[in-house]
Design a protein around this ligand. Structure first.
Ligand SMILES: Nc1ncnc2c1ncn2[C@@H]1O[C@H](COP(=O)(O)OP(=O)(O)O)[C@@H](O)[C@H]1O
Ligand SMILES: [Mg+2]
Length: 639
């Protein structure tokens, strides 16, 4: 909705609030105007200084707004803006309501003398009223904005008047947020409609209306309870205030990753599921989980996500023989053909399992044969119009590329023969079962995807095969990051059990790459480990720490605390807290700007239950799991 077609005020000291001549949409002003970061000056015969506030919260019952404004004895203008709302009651609101209720309950139980925080109780009431109105009374939601413009004749008077207004509002529990940008449009938005040819702000007739009628326009409830800016990460252990962290930080170039440290059983996975999965989804993000244990299955199902089982037994693997969907970024998209070839080449390189000049020559064979296969159905590097999955040869698979390499080798080509021999096990030998079912992953299948990777330390026979799958999975993740970014979406990547995931060279290298570049893709990485000292041992600690705006540290054993304190700057009190919060499910959180704070997630029982670790193979220890997977393959091959 275009309120006023205001021309841009050309910055401080210059500019006119005017559109083109004869443009009916525009507001024509005779007087020059100046826009300052937090005020707007209309240089009419008497300069008018204005500042506009948006009301961000008020208690039930709007009479207080008028009373406090009138009591403050300043000149002001109020404008309500209303529009039909797209708000729907859904799982997200249900979750928020349950969390709030659980927290209020837990305060009552833990300390009968302590009242629950009033704003949380109010938020619960507000959410329930909204729910009842929408679900049971069939009412329609409406979005309402309330802007208040204070006007004065000098900067000094403006400052005093604004202080009087905010104090008067605050005394009635109404919060008003000063607008710091776009003061001129904000100011204009508070003008009454119907007089686009404004002849000076003091020439306006006062509007006579009935206060109660206007008051009815004020929504009785605002704020959805802790839905401020960011994602709920726990309650402050001292103040019992909900703590929200902002992972978007649009203005920030820094990687806003979160590193999560803590001994086993201290609550890392619960935190990741509640914050990095549920919280980020509620905040509108897309979420990709790299799950080595299968323990994200429950939360994946509950959140309506897509579970992709890439573990050893299934024979499934992300298909590299497909074009990724275009992302909309011309430079990225110009490389789609090359990325397709490189994807096939990457996978085959891991299968070849060698290094040095030989690898280079055999890789060339792989790419030549893949390109030749593509060319056979007219898909060529030179013609981007042919880069579509519909045009791919029907049998364009890793196996088909291998068959061509094998034939070329049989025809006498030395490098093709060598490559075919090295690749043989994956296509005709014992590992063929691992690559039977290509999964198209050229676009992210939904808002939440859990890639169940299986155990990174399976038997050595499978090690290379597992590396191949990881490589493929990681390529899919990179493509999704690209595509989500192009759609203007934000993506969180979650890696739990990093002490194991990072033992795999393919995962480790890629996770560190994601950590250092994910900002470019509008994303955040969440990485949790129970052995932070190992990260420094393997040389990644510095890069992960340096690229993580947020550090979340649950209780750690003494030696881990000491090792960590040697590498990074932990204030003594923080090191002490980390060592002493054992068993309390508390974490100290370092927020880039705000310093350290101790928090604990307060979640309803049913949500906690949902996050409780339920492995895909309950109770089977890792070695046995690997053996079972081997057996399953044997059975299938035999039967
Ligand atoms: N904030 C919390 N409130 C209540 N129980 C919690 C909380 N955080 C974790 N737990 C419980 O503690 C146990 C261990 O948590 P988990 O997240 O699996 O730890 P970790 O991943 O660090 O090993 C689980 O049973 C979980 O339900
Ligand atoms: Mg865990």
């Amino acid at each position: 909705m275009k309120l006023f077609g205001l021309g841009k005020a050309g910055g401080p000291g210059a500019g006119r609030l005017a559109g083109g001549q004869g443009d009916e949409d525009s507001l024509q002003l005779g007087a020059p105007a100046r826009e300052l970061p937090n005020a707007f000056v209309l240089e009419s015969p008497v300069p008018v200084w204005t500042r506009t506030f948006a009301i961000t919260s008020w208690p039930r019952g709007a009479g207080a707004l008028w009373e406090s404004l009138l009591a403050s004895q300043v000149a002001f203008r109020v404008r309500f803006l209303a529009a039909p709302s797209g708000f729907k009651w859904g799982r997200g609101m249900e979750t928020r309501l349950r969390r709030l209720m659980a927290n209020v309950e837990s305060v009552r139980e833990s300390d009968r003398a302590a009242a629950a925080r009033p704003e949380e109780v109010l938020a619960i009431q507000a959410i329930r009223r909204i729910r009842d109105a929408l679900l049971y009374r069939g009412l329609r939601p409406v979005d309402i904005w309330c802007l208040i413009t204070v006007e004065s004749d000098s900067p000094a008077n403006l400052a005093a008047d604004c202080a009087a207004v905010t104090a008067a509002l605050a005394s009635r529990g109404i919060e008003a947020e000063p607008l710091t940008f776009d003061q001129s449009p904000a100011w204009a938005a508070t003008l009454p409609t119907g007089d686009p040819q404004l002849r000076g702000i003091h020439g306006l007739k006062p509007r006579t209306g009935i206060v109660t009628a206007a008051a009815r326009a004020v929504p009785a409830d605002t704020g959805m309870g802790g839905d401020g800016c960011g994602v709920y990460v726990g309650h402050d252990a001292e103040g019992r205030r909900p703590v929200m962290l902002d992972f978007r930080r649009e203005s920030d170039e820094l990687n806003s990753n979160a590193l999560v440290f803590g001994a086993s059983g201290e609550g890392k996975s619960t935190w990741l599921k509640a914050v990095a999965v549920t919280g980020m989804l509620l905040d509108g993000w897309r979420v990709i989980v790299l799950d080595v244990d299968g323990e994200y299955r429950g939360v994946c199902e509950a959140a309506g996500g897509t579970w992709v089982d890439l573990s050893g037994v299934t024979g499934r693997y992300p298909d590299p023989c497909r074009f990724a969907d275009p992302s909309g970024d011309p430079e990225e998209d110009a490389a789609r053909f090359d990325r397709l070839l490189a994807g096939i080449d990457d996978v085959m390189s891991v299968m070849l399992g060698i290094e040095g000049p030989e690898l280079e020559l055999e890789r060339a064979v792989v790419e030549q044969e893949a390109a030749a296969l593509l060319a056979s159905s007219g898909v060529t590097r030179d013609d981007p119009a042919t880069w579509s999955n519909d045009r791919l040869p029907r049998d364009f698979t890793l196996r088909a590329v291998f068959d061509r390499i094998e034939r070329r080798g049989a025809a006498g080509d030395t490098w093709a023969r060598a490559a075919a021999q090295r690749l043989w096990r994956y296509f005709k030998g014992s590992l063929a079962g691992l690559f039977e079912r290509p999964l198209p992953m050229d676009r992210m299948p939904g808002r939440l995807v859990v890639l169940y990777l299986g155990n990174p330390r399976a038997s050595s026979a499978e090690e290379a095969a597992i590396g191949v799958k990881y490589q493929l999975a990681v390529r899919a993740v990179w493509e999704w990051l690209r595509q989500n970014k192009a759609r203007g979406e934000w993506t969180a990547v979650v890696v739990d059990e990093a002490q194991r995931a990072m033992q795999h060279p393919v995962l480790a290298a890629n996770v560190v790459d994601v950590a250092t570049t994910i900002r470019k893709w509008r994303g955040s990485l969440f990485l949790a480990t129970n052995a932070p000292a190992d990260l420094w041992g393997s040389g990644w600690g510095e890069r992960l720490w340096g690229n993580s705006l947020y550090k979340v540290i649950f209780a750690l054993e003494r030696d881990q605390v000491d090792a960590l304190a040697r590498r990074v700057n932990l204030p003594p009190g923080v090191a002490q807290a980390i060592a002493s919060q054992t068993g309390m499910k508390r974490a100290v959180i370092r927020d880039g700007g705000r310093g350290w704070i101790q928090v604990r997630l307060s979640l309803p029982d049913e949500e906690l239950e949902l996050y409780r670790t339920r492995r895909v193979h309950p109770g089977v220890p890792t070695e046995e799991l690997a053996r079972a997977e081997g057996d399953a393959r044997g059975l299938r091959a035999g039967g």
